[in-house]
Design a binder for this molecule. Structure first.
Ligand code: ADP
Ligand code: MG
Length: 456
């Protein structure tokens, strides 16, 4: 296979796995050769090798095949040095391995971190597609081994498990590596400590304390946006620790580049480790969480009775964040135990009226068009416009199909939103997709993916 072919396959992969995934996982791969149906690549780290093998081998193979290359298997190796110790090459500031430092340093000052929630452990964290990578990366940090990526930057909307994962890391490290000094705190607390130190003229102590930490975790770092001197101090602390090869974990509600009023140099430092987003929950994850919490609850209250289908109903209907989902379940249990009845569908509907109403989210035709256009990489204006090219007409029909199945709009109404098309055209489009879907598994998959995206 020529580099050209691989270049073309890469272009296709960008579309199939998405730009973000592509940049993070595929672009760093180096193609070594293709022999006997085995496509051999080199990845910069072990972590990367494992993740790519597990999640991207299939897309890579199918794109290779589509490009006419016969490939049966993807084989990814890592440079020997990495294979031995898992350290990332020193492209970034050199990170020395954290040395095991036993025995426990009992003489050291206790760290002024925030209290940890005992419930936030890895055991109680339910893993699903949307948080799989964040979980894997957090687990890796929790081993307390050599620093593989620095910092680990976790971001995502509220209530998706960022704080939970950080606490879990801290709990786990306490057990696995009691010799390490681990500090977890919010960015707000960081600022508060800093200001206090300034006021009390103890800034040297402050600096010294932070520089003695082995694993530093700062939650909700977006808080320091716009706070200049705190940013400055944070930046120095951050650099000092990274230079010593100490692990840093950061969370925020958005990606580093998207935090407004954060200095450029901080943004770029924050981006240079592993940046992972926690995606909105999907149905499977929500159901998993509900089941896990119910099991835990049942262990305490064996009398709890839940009719079949109730958890599925909640997972389906309350699709906002996990905190709200948990809140709904707790409310339901409390209510049921108060009135001493089995939790039936009726009871759930009655008890969760408000929560259900709130999360009733209507998908709009416009939203569907936007997502479909994005997914197929066509312009929104083309999607609703007159062009008859297959590359545009097919996505258009997919959008019509989804508009019919996800909204309550009538065919003429949908037609109007597709550039004033006749309702028979819409009908034809929908039929076409229904037909194709039965035989074209790629199309069926696309539709399923889009449906989930739109409903989450
Ligand atoms: P964030 O910090 O992202 O706003 P949290 O970590 O505080 O969110 O999570 C909100 C609540 O949801 C917590 O009670 C947490 O235990 C729970 N939670 C979030 N994700 C999961 C998960 N995957 N499994 C179990 N519980 C979860
Ligand atoms: Mg949080």
């Amino acid at each position: 296979m020529t580099d050209d072919t691989w270049g073309r396959v890469c272009n296709e992969l960008q579309k199939t796995v998405g730009q973000n995934n592509y940049t993070t996982w595929i672009a760093p791969l180096e193609l070594i050769h293709l022999e006997d149906g085995i496509a051999s690549f080199r990845a910069p780290t072990k972590f990367m090798r494992d993740w790519v093998s597990r999640n991207f081998a299939e897309p890579i193979l199918s794109e290779l095949r589509r490009a006419g290359v016969s490939a049966e298997r993807v084989d990814i190796s890592v440079p020997l040095r990495q294979a031995a110790n898992g350290i990332k090459p020193a492209a970034k500031p050199a990170a020395a391995p954290v040395k095991p430092r036993k025995p426990v340093r009992a003489e050291a000052e206790p760290l002024p971190g925030a209290p940890l929630d005992a419930r936030f452990t890895f055991d109680s964290f339910v893993v699903g597609k949307p948080n799989e990578l964040a979980h894997a990366a957090a687990k890796r940090v929790a081993e307390g081994g050599p620093v593989t990526f620095n910092p680990l930057f976790l971001y995502g909307g509220v209530g998706l498990g960022k704080t939970h994962l950080m606490h879990a890391i801290a709990h786990e490290l306490r057990v696995q590596r009691p010799d390490l000094r681990v500090l977890y705190l919010s960015a707000e607390q960081f600022m508060y400590r800093f200001i206090q130190a300034l006021r009390d003229k103890q800034i040297m102590d402050f600096k010294e304390m932070f520089r003695s930490i082995d694993v530093l975790m700062v939650d909700d770092v977006q808080f320091i946006a716009g706070k200049e001197s705190t940013q400055e101090e944070f930046f120095h602390t951050f650099n000092a620790l990274v230079d010593q090869g100490k692990q840093i974990v950061i969370s925020a509600d958005r990606a580093p580049g998207e935090i407004k009023d954060l200095e450029e140099r901080i943004k770029s430092r924050l981006s240079c480790g592993l940046v992972v987003d926690l995606h909105p929950t999907d149905y499977e994850l929500r159901l998993g969480i509900l089941q896990t919490k119910t099991d835990a609850y049942r262990a305490e209250y064996p009398d709890l009775q839940i009719a079949p289908g109730v958890l599925e109903f909640i997972a389906h209907r309350i699709s906002s964040n996990v905190r709200i989902l948990e809140g709904a379940l707790t409310r339901l249990f409390a209510y049921a135990s108060l009135i001493g009845r089995e939790i039936t569908m009726d009871l759930a509907q009655e008890c969760l009226k408000d929560q259900l109403r709130q999360s009733e989210r209507k998908v709009t035709v416009e939203e569907i068009q936007r997502k479909v256009a994005e997914h197929y990489n066509v312009r929104l204006s083309d999607l609703v416009g007159p062009k008859r090219l297959r590359a545009i007409a097919r996505p258009r029909q997919v959008a019509m199909f989804l508009a019919k199945s996800l909204t309550t709009r009538s065919l003429p109404d949908i037609g109007r939103r597709f550039g004033g098309r006749d309702h028979t055209t819409i009908m034809h489009g929908i039929r076409k997709i229904e037909e194709l879907r039965a035989t074209d598994s790629q199309l069926a998959e696309d539709i399923e993916l889009l449906r989930r995206l739109l409903e989450s």
